[in-house]
Write a protein that binds this ligand. Structure first.
Ligand SMILES: [Zn+2]
Length: 107
């Protein structure tokens, strides 16, 4: 993850703002603005509990996550990722800036 982020240094947030408990907005260094819905972000959690580390297969079932899930807290990890604390108690996901940007582009 960190390697990917380092390879593409252009992928850096200029501003991270929590519009409400169920949405997050990131303004990137290149002016692109991305809005993220909390439940969608939660379902995309890249941690080892949600994704099989060896196969890359997502083990977290989307329906296991309530649409009502909200972001209790968000913090920057190092200079390359965000960590969320969700209202369902989950907090192990490290979302690299690259991954967040990719999620936005796939929308
Ligand atoms: Zn997870």
């Amino acid at each position: 993850m960190m390697d990917a982020a380092q390879r593409r240094r252009g992928i850096e947030p200029r501003e991270i703002s929590q519009e409400s408990s169920d949405s997050l907005r990131i303004t990137w260094a290149d002016e692109r603005v991305c809005n993220y819905e909390a439940a969608r972000l939660r379902r995309a959690c890249p941690c080892a509990q949600c994704v099989n580390e060896w196969t890359g297969e997502r083990t977290l079932r989307p329906e296991a996550i309530s649409n009502e899930v909200v972001i209790d807290d968000v913090s920057v990890v190092g200079r390359y990722a965000l960590n969320f604390r969700w209202s369902d108690g989950h907090e192990t996901g490290i979302y690299s800036f690259q991954y967040l940007r990719d999620l936005c582009e796939l929308e």
